[in-house]
Design a protein around this ligand. Structure first.
Ligand code: Y43
Ligand code: MG
Length: 213
């Protein structure tokens, strides 16, 4: 079945992460929604008890749609390192602790790679995953997944972006996400395909739900 279309109007971005909200706002920009974030609406941050990106994206989107009465778009995402069996994965935010200390979280990844005996680039494969869930107040929901593969680098490079961006260099690029402008990270530009996990998931969301906007 084809996805339900999203009508123009108010759209809640069901996230409390400033970096993520900024990127989603940029991606939504061409479509003219009246965008408001969960924080601006004082919506609570639901506990992410799910065991998959899909489950946690749904928890966040459904909670926001029910509380606000408007369609709500959530993003559950993470940094997955093959040599660490996919960790930190759905626990990516939690590895940064209550202070959201991503310098520490990136160091933890590197220490675990060292402990696991990583020596070559082949041992340092990583990816970002994003699952967008769009939920309506009546409970209907749609999912869109995006992934980007690359190398886990050390030391961190760059000060742009957020989270684990400074230690991720996408395949085919010489710079980390932390060294890219937001436009480059999205993959915007002349004849360039979507690059980031979020931008790739968004492309599917736009094709499925925003057709005709
Ligand atoms: O493009 C990215 N560049 C760098 N790091 C990223 C990215 N995308 C996700 N990440 C990492 C950090 C983030 O904290 C965690 C997601 O955890 P996740 O629970 O989905 O988001 P969150 O708790 O930060 O905000 P919220 O749940 O309110 O949307 O993965
Ligand atoms: Mg979260």
């Amino acid at each position: 079945m084809s996805p339900r279309k999203l009508e123009p109007g108010k759209l809640v971005v069901a996230s409390h992460n400033k970096g993520k909200i900024r990127e989603i706002n940029e991606l939504l920009q061409p479509y003219g929604f009246d965008v408001v974030s969960a924080g601006e609406l004082d919506l609570p941050e639901p506990e992410e008890t799910g065991l998959t990106f899909e489950a946690n994206a749904s928890l966040k989107a459904q909670a926001a749609a029910k509380a606000s009465g408007f369609p709500s778009l959530a993003d559950d995402s993470g940094f997955c390192v093959a040599k660490l069996d996919g960790d930190p994965g759905i626990y990516s935010a939690r590895w940064a602790g209550p202070d959201k200390d991503f310098a520490m979280a990136m160091r933890t990844v590197e220490e675990k790679l060292q402990s696991a005996g990583a020596t070559t680039d082949a041992d340092r494969r990583g990816s970002f995953v994003a699952v967008l869930c769009l939920a309506w107040p009546d409970g209907h929901e749609e999912y869109f997944r995006g992934e980007v593969e690359g190398l886990v680098v050390w030391p961190p490079r760059g000060t742009q972006g957020f989270g684990y961006d400074p230690v991720f260099q996408p395949d085919g690029h010489e710079r980390t996400f932390g060294e890219m402008t937001s436009e480059e990270k999205h993959g915007w530009g002349k004849d360039t395909p979507a690059l980031s996990h979020r931008s790739r998931a968004f492309e599917k969301f736009a094709a499925g739900c925003l057709e005709g906007h």
